[in-house]
Design a protein. Sequence first.
Length: 57
Amino acid sequence: MAYKISEADCVACGTCQGECPTGAIKEGDVYSIDPNVCIDCGTCAGVCPMGAISPEE
């Protein structure tokens, strides 16, 4: 199960992107996570200052 970034909560600060070990997080107005590259480690969720990242359900 991959992680997802809430568009409503993401402020595109880039903190998560630098921590992702697989490069699954893509930059944009709001960042996004490629579920085909995400290894479900949760590192991004742990560093997000906005709490915008959670596991997909």
